[in-house]
Design a protein around this ligand. Sequence first.
Ligand code: CU
Length: 467
Amino acid sequence: MKKTNDTTPIDRRTFLAGAAALGSSAVLLRSAQAADQVHRHGLERPHEPTTTTLKNAPLLERIDPKPTLPPGEPGKDYTPVITPNSISLPWKIVNGVKVYHLIAQEVEHEFAPGLKASCWGYNGRVHGPTIEAVEGDRVRIYVTNKLPSGTSVHWHGLLLPNGMDGVAGLTQRVIQPGETFRYEFTLRQHGTYMYHSHHDEMTQMALGAIGLFIVHPRRPREERPDRDFAFMLSEWRIDVGTSRPNPNEMTNFNIFTFNAKAFPGTEPMAAQLGDRVRIRIANVAAMSHHPIHLHGYRFRVTETDGGQIPQSAQQMETSVLVAIGQSRTIEFVAEEPGDWAMHCHMTHHVMNQMGDQFPNMIGVQSGDLDARVQSLLPGYMTMGSEGMAEHGLHIESGHTQAPPNSIPMRGGPGPFDYITMGGLLTLLKVREHLAHENLDPGWYRHPKGTVASRASREDLRRDGIHV
Ligand SMILES: [Cu+2]
């Protein structure tokens, strides 16, 4: 894969270059002539501002250009994206247009073993499947509403004709239950975008009516990644013992997810040593920004949802803040083998369904308090005198019964001990050889002498450490 100096997003000239390479259909010629006129006008009246020049372009062609390149193909034009715990939405090509079908519907969703809830999603998934396409593609997306309420879909971050923007009431009529609407536009940019309900967003997004919309570059500026992962961050309020996310919650969310899964329900990212890895992270949570921290690596932040960051301005980071409504893309070469944590660094975001209305009991010997409270509140457990770690262990060992349909303060099993993080945690697993392309390769087998362990008496004596 060679480096090119293409400008991005695809501008009119790039479209034309593609058109010229393809030959001359009537459509191509028409758009070429139109662009020529724009160009000439620009030359004839060089002092006019760009906006005036643009006004001279046929309006329709400017806001909804006809594609001049064939539909982008996976493997040929791009490395297909991997959405852990999810899939890409299938599509077909009809007369050169990529056709998709989203069905908004109620979905029974499992966040992690032990917690299921009735959510709203698309095509049987929460969140909806990832829409994947290529810059310059013409897409036609049908949206069928099987929800009990009206809905609409907004294509968050995409440049498109105003009437395709999906804001119910403002740019279109509400899609009533049982109706199917058609959206159609040409992708004029590349990057990590989203789609989500834009009718009663507070309710519909809180219940999960969101998804990723990935647009691959037609001609990448840099080498293509070997692995291209995509995550959507979201947050939920699901009270212990209930099974419906609460859309009325304004600040106090208690389930935080990568692609609608809390650890240990999150599927890890598998990569081979030396792979170029791209991770896209989008966030349309209600209230929380998430500083996502990847262990073991430093990475370049290569894209925002506004576009590619020039190489000279790309920063090396180990955490990337993904604010609400934003997406960020990071890239690195997988040079460090192991099982590396990737998680939100807001410590409450790696806890699930934590009760926060109790006095601080750290260091307090609570005696038989729990047993007495449990006669009134089954499943009650004081945040123990040693902190929260013991809580998950107590539950995992069957010592304490978790309330039905809940994952309070739960983490998950690790190869050494219980991992005391849940929520926004997933793993990057880098191996010298992967037996199966995208499957979990199991726990890392550390080379001898590379695991922290209990210091020996000899170590302490040699180094003059007195304990
Ligand atoms: Cu967070």
